[in-house]
Design a protein around this ligand. Structure first.
Ligand code: SF4
Ligand code: SF4
Ligand code: SF4
Length: 277
């Protein structure tokens, strides 16, 4: 009988929410254990951070010198490294600190900042090592994890859609939260119209979860192929959002993405020009 593939789940700077996608499998996690050997997963009670594995799942962003050493060690120990979640993929929420003066934040937040040892910036994992596959979301879902593990067990490459959320949304015949539709619909649907939805630039895969409950997408699955953040920003201006609010929306999860930063910077220039009038 062939040896079972060995799996590790590593945590870096994160909220642990993506690791829950494993634990939330419930009884299916026991079924998974019939097919793989989970050798390191602290949240589930297995501790072997230095074990060689076939697949290392990594949650969280790289934020300290120790993190840099650890992520390089994980790469050496692992045949495949797969990031899970926005933190590992693009820095996530905590990468917002990269837009500010990190030292000023430390001084304002901590009474004794001299004991905080962190890098000046927070980084996605791919800034330091080769990543074999990225699973996006904040958090990722149990379904995504199952699809990735199943593909790998079958010897196939996992798939990540780079279509836009709008496609999933329209296939479900949802009422668009972005466009203006005057009077019809339930009170809830009416209330949720003209919301600044990031669906037109965000990668599909969640089943348009937020628009399906009348909420705007906030972009947690990362950028879709051929995304045009600057064009969407202009559409948001048409909804009456000020430049600062648009920039904050674009940068909330993926401030590391050049295309989003460029679009947000353009908005700031627009704001400055507006203020100068
Ligand atoms: S991507 Fe979101 S849910 Fe996952 S660890 Fe980061 S903050 Fe938590
Ligand atoms: S994802 Fe957002 S913008 Fe796209 S169709 Fe749905 S509600 Fe409209
Ligand atoms: S609709 Fe947008 S914010 Fe909501 S889960 Fe999907 S990608 Fe994330």
């Amino acid at each position: 009988m062939m040896d079972k593939p060995r799996i590790a789940v590593h945590k870096f700077a994160s909220c642990d929410g993506c690791q829950l996608a494993f634990l939330n499998m419930g009884p299916e996690l026991l079924e998974l254990a019939n097919h793989v050997e989970i050798v390191h997963f602290v949240e589930a009670g297995m501790v072997a951070p230095d074990a060689e594995v076939d697949i290392a799942f990594v949650e969280g962003s790289v934020s300290t010198e120790e993190d840099i050493e650890r992520i390089h060690a994980i790469r050496k120990l692992s045949k495949q490294v797969i990031t899970i979640g926005a933190c590992a993929g693009s820095g996530g929420l905590q990468a917002l600190r990269n837009l500010a003066d990190g030292e000023q934040w430390l001084n304002e937040l901590y009474p004794q900042p001299q004991y905080i040892q962190s890098l000046n910036n927070t980084h996605p994992v791919k800034d330091y090592i080769k990543v074999d596959f990225e699973v996006w979301g904040c958090p990722v879902s149990t379904q995504q994890i199952k699809q990735v593990v199943t593909s790998l067990l079958l010897g196939a490459s996992p798939l990540q859609s780079k279509d836009k959320i709008c496609l999933e949304c329209k296939r479900q015949q949802r009422v668009c939260t972005l466009v203006t539709i005057p009077t019809t619909g339930t009170p809830k649907e009416l209330e949720n119209r003209q919301k600044a939805c990031l669906g037109p630039i965000t990668a599909a895969g969640c089943g348009a979860l937020c628009p399906s409950v009348g909420r705007a997408c906030y972009g947690c699955y990362g950028l879709a192929d051929n995304a045009e953040p600057a064009a969407l920003a202009r559409r948001f201006e048409g909804l009456g959002l000020v430049s600062k609010a648009i920039a904050q929306k674009l940068l909330l999860f993926h401030s590391h993405e050049d295309a989003l930063r460029r679009a947000a910077e353009n908005m700031s220039e627009t704001q400055e020009a507006f203020n100068g009038q």
